[in-house]
Design a protein around this ligand. Sequence first.
Ligand code: SAM
Length: 286
Amino acid sequence: MANLEANRWFTEVSDRDGSAFSLRINKKLDEIQSPFQKVEMYETTDFGKLMIIDGCTMVSSLENFFYHEMMSHPALFSHPSPKNVVIIGGGDCGTLREVLKHPDVESVTQIDIDEVVTNMSLKYFPELCESNNDPRATVMFDDGIKFMREAPADSIDVIIVDGTDPVGPGEGLFNHAFYTSCLNALRTGGIMIQQSESPLMHMPLLIEMRNAMRDVGFADLQTLPFPQPIYPSGLWSSTMARKGETFSGFREQDADNARFHTDYYNVGIHKGALATPNFMKRAFEK
Ligand code: SAM
C-alpha cells in the first residue's frame, strides 16, 4: 500500500468532517497567495489538473462536469425563459461555459472576488474558459455580496451562487442579508441556485440555508443531490429557490431536445435529482 508522502500526494484534511481525501500528484504547477485566499494548482496522475483554494479541493479536469452541469442546467430548464443570468463566484468559468450553452440566454454576468482564480483557470483549464469571449458574457472581479446588494430590483432571471464554503470571502454568501438582495434582484418567477454543501456531512448548514431562503420570502425550494467525487463525502447538493411562484416541473421537452453536449445532465438525471432521498426528506420535514 502506498504511503501518503507529501511530495506524491495532495491531501485535503477536512477537520469538520473527520475525513481526509488524497489524490496522487506528478507535480505542483503553481501557487499564488491572493489578497483573498491561497490558490494552488497540481498535475495529478489520474484526475488531470487540480485546483486547490485554501487547502480545499475545488476543481479537477476529470470530474468537474458533475458540479458545473448541476449548478446550471436544472435552474435554467426550470425557468420558463431565462434571459439574464448572474453568476456569483464561479471564477474557474466552468459554470459560465455551461450557462452559455443555452441559446435563449441573452446576458451572463459573472462576479468573482478573486482574479487569481480566473487567471489560473485560463492557464490550466482553458477548456472551462472557452466561452469567456462570448459577446453575451461579462466577467467582473468584485465582491458578489456588494454586487447583489446594488443590483437593480426585478432585473435578473437566474442567479447562480458558485462560491466557496461559508468561510473567508464566501461566508457572507450564506445569510439572510445576501438572500434578501438576491430575492429583490430577481424578477417574479426567477430562480436562485446555490451550491449547498454535502447533505451527508453538512445537513445543519443545508437546513440553515433553506430556512434563511424561506425566511426572506422565497416561495419554493428544491435541493438536488449529485455526485462530487473530490469533495468531502463525495455527495454534494445545489439548492434552488424561486421568487413568487412554486416550481412546477421543468422544460423537459427543451432539455430533451437540447443540441449541446453534456457529460452528466439529461432529463432522467434531472428527474432523479428531484427525488429527495429519505434521509434528506426527514431532515427537511423536522
Ligand atoms: N466551481 C468550482 C467547482 O468546480 O467545484 C468551485 C467553486 S470556486 C470557483 C468558488 C469561487 O467563489 C472562488 O473562485 C472564490 O474566489 C469565489 N468567491 C468566494 N467568495 C466570494 C464573494 N464574496 N464574491 C464573489 N466571489 C466569491
